[in-house]
Design a protein around this ligand. Sequence first.
Ligand code: DOR
Ligand code: ZN
Length: 348
Amino acid sequence: MILDIPVPDDWHVHLRDDEMLAAVVDHSAAWFRFALVMPNLTPPIASVAHAIEYHERIVAAVGIDAPAFSPLMTLYLTPAVTPAEVRAAADSGVIGGIKFYPAGATTNSDAGGTSLRDFMPALEAMAEARMPLLVHAESTDPALDIFDREAAFLESEVGPLLAQMPELSVTVEHISTSTGIEMVKQFDQAWGSITPHHLSCERSDILANGLRPELYCKPVINSAEHRRALVAAATSGNPKFFLGTDSAPHPLSQKEARVAKAGIFNAPYGLHVTAEVFHQAGALDQLAAFTSSNGAIRYGRSPSKDCLRLERLDEPGTDPADLLTTASGQQVRLFGVAEAARWTLTRL
Ligand code: DOR
Ligand code: ZN
């Protein structure tokens, strides 16, 4: 089975910096055209000047011949992102969105906020400048069960904001529940990114057959029922849903530690995993919409004119690499090895 699709875009990726950036960036450049790069470095990327410097470091780190690879930057929504900074971001041409993190919800989120309501002047400037708001939707209320925290944040924060500001466009990032899917469908100005791991895994996969820290991410992978809602939305062809891998590398020493960091490194094999999900759902005819056009159109671009060929092997080949090694010898575990043995990808 062979399928050609326009070169995909990754509308949510963590490329890190320095040694880790150098080790991972080619895996995004190999398969993707646009990459919307998350700003949760330390310190966070919260000014246009820093975003432009980071953009230059990313471009300089690409080691393969990947002429189509275009990183788009994001700003981290902090009090430093004033209405003037929002306007400068919109004028810069390299900034695709501004990201809200609930403080404490995930990796390097301490600079985030407690409520979207605390950022109204910036949000109003974003609506005016047509700058997308990207939301990590997850409550940090310790009294709430971890599997209920996305729905709680959507209901208390994102829904009211969408109702109040119809002119502000919002991407609900890495949707992990049916609540997220329904909210995106409900509001005209809402979109949703969905990851390969939330499409392919359920919480039992993390816990049932030995603890698998490589499947730990935020928002946590949820129940089978929620996964079915994500697959139905992604494979439906609904233009509001698109791929954002949320590829988030952590060294093994921090990932398989007593307290494991949240994040799944899926840039190398995330497309293989996504293709297998669509194959299993009998929906390969909708794959290109999800990986290569819906997100592009949401972010004001045309789908790529170049193509990626995907081939599903009748028998899986030998397992490809499952570890990446950085320059100083740190290792990072790759997600999707089994799917990568099933699919071959070729840039045409
Ligand atoms: O699992 C995650 N890892 N979720 C996030 O929101 C952040 C990311 C990271 O940067 O490691
Ligand atoms: Zn992320």
